[in-house]
Write a protein that binds this ligand. Structure first.
Ligand code: GLU
Length: 444
């Protein structure tokens, strides 16, 4: 197989959500695990609804997830290509003008349904003569343009759903261009997939019917070339079963980031939810590459509570190198940064949680002194520096021998005084970071 070329094609009409991230990641993982290329294509032909700031924000969200596009294209810069494709379809008698208003189309549909017929467009536009069209345009009507479908069964081998087929006789000829001249998604997508050499189209199963139509467009516009291979994955819904929408902003990648969710955890759940692969902690994105046939054929529910738990588990095993730069931004750097990270990572739920422990280790805290006599004795028994991994053991063994205390009575007053908290990371790891001078002061 030659290296694949894939594309992720959001319309920049809002921030991407976890379901969009699923599509982006399936494409990215598919291409990158096979030495291929990933195109980010903005489907921004709807100039009224598309916004550059949404496109820029989508790039930010993808990069945060670890998805770095090889190429970025914007459909709004490629209208000439779509115009040329329209000319070719017209020359091949596959394009025709229609003049019905939305209300007229609705009435036709209702009549068909009333007679028990499928609501398929009756191709009235195809029967119009040049005179009819001139008359309609003189009335001020503007045409929309439909693609004349071959009334045949279109079949393909879907990399996710297996053998798939759609009878195009049951579909209305799709509108390619609206009466205001705007291209709908169907045609530009195919023109770009041909022009950019896309080999695999991986997208949500809401596009299955489009695929039949688009396969006919591929054949009409590039008969000499094999069309891309298709894979349609199931869609993510919320835990209560609602669909996700860019417009409502629910489960947007930016909101998850702002809540402190880890990118690797978001990616792991976006990819693995609703598949036969089990959800797991990963240390790098490429560990998530999966066989598209493992995606299940029913809707997948995404539970935010799972994400919080996976974020915590991801942090608990994250190596220092993977987090060092982000720790600097939280004021943790220098010689002790790695030891600090290894000491506290198991005690945080989000990365922002390190701030609390940074204060305990490197700043001042309010010690809690419950048993002043014991703490005085503990201070007197503190070993001399240099301190290391066994300082805590040496110190507490000495204290045990001197006081006869053991268990909680031995350890807990020390934790309260040294950290001001009644639980937290192993004191064996914290103590050398706190240092003798601070420890003495906190013991009182
Ligand atoms: N803009 C389309 C969407 O967001 C792209 C679908 C496709 O991948 O072809 O649904």
């Amino acid at each position: 197989m030659t290296a694949p070329i894939v594309r992720f094609a959001p319309s920049p009409t809002g921030r991407i959500h976890i379901g969009n991230a699923r599509t982006a990641l399936y494409n990215w993982l598919f291409a990158k695990s096979r030495g291929g290329r990933f195109i980010l294509r903005f489907d921004d032909t709807d100039l009224a609804r598309s916004r550059r700031e949404f496109a820029d924000a989508i790039e930010v969200d993808l990069r945060w997830l670890g998805v770095e596009p090889d190429v970025i294209v914007r459909q709004s810069e490629r209208f000439a290509l779509y115009g040329a494709a329209m000319d070719r379809l017209r020359a091949a008698n596959r394009l025709y003008a229609c003049y019905e208003t939305q209300e007229e189309l609705d009435r036709k549909r209702k009549r068909q349904l009333g007679r028990g017929l499928p609501p398929v467009y009756d191709r009235a536009g195809l029967a119009l003569t040049a005179d009819d069209r001139a008359r309609l345009e003189a009335e001020g009507r503007k045409p929309h343009w439909r693609f004349l479908l071959d009334r045949e069964v279109v079949a393909w081998d879907d990399l996710s759903r297996g053998s798939s087929r759609i009878d195009c006789a049951s579909l209305s000829d799709p509108v390619l261009v609206r009466e205001d001249g705007a291209y709908l998604y169907t045609l530009p997508s195919v023109v770009d997939d041909i022009d950019l050499g896309v080999t695999h189209v991986i997208r949500g199963e809401d596009h299955v019917t489009n695929t039949a139509v688009q396969l006919q467009l591929f054949k009409a516009l590039a008969p000499e070339r094999a069309p891309p291979q298709f894979a349609h994955h199931n869609l993510l819904a919320t835990a209560s079963g609602e669909g996700l929408s860019k417009r409502t902003g629910s489960l947007s990648i930016s909101s998850l980031r702002e809540q402190g969710m880890e990118a690797l955890a978001v990616a792991a759940l976006a990819v693995l939810t609703g598949t036969s692969d089990s959800v797991r902690v990963v240390a790098a994105l490429d560990e998530l590459a999966l066989d598209l046939s493992h995606v299940s054929h029913t809707a997948a529910k995404f539970d935010e509570a799972d994400l919080a738990a996976l974020t915590a588990r991801t942090l608990h095993g994250l190596p220092f190198a993977a987090v060092a730069a982000r720790l600097v931004a939280l004021g943790v750097e220098g010689a002790h940064a790695e030891a600090f990270w290894l000491a506290v990572r198991g005690n945080i739920e989000t990365l922002a949680g390190v701030s609390e422990w940074r204060a305990v280790v490197f700043d001042e805290i309010e010690p809690v002194r419950e048993d002043a006599d014991y703490l005085r004795e503990a201070a007197a028994a503190l070993p001399p520096e240099p301190w290391g991994a066994d300082t805590w053991r040496i110190w507490t063994e000495a204290l045990k021998a001197r006081t006869g205390r053991k268990g909680r009575a031995l350890f807990h007053p020390l934790r309260l005084a040294l950290t001001g908290r009644d639980k937290g990371p192993e004191l064996a790891a914290l103590l050398p970071l706190i240092g003798r001078e601070k420890a003495l002061a906190r013991l009182g």
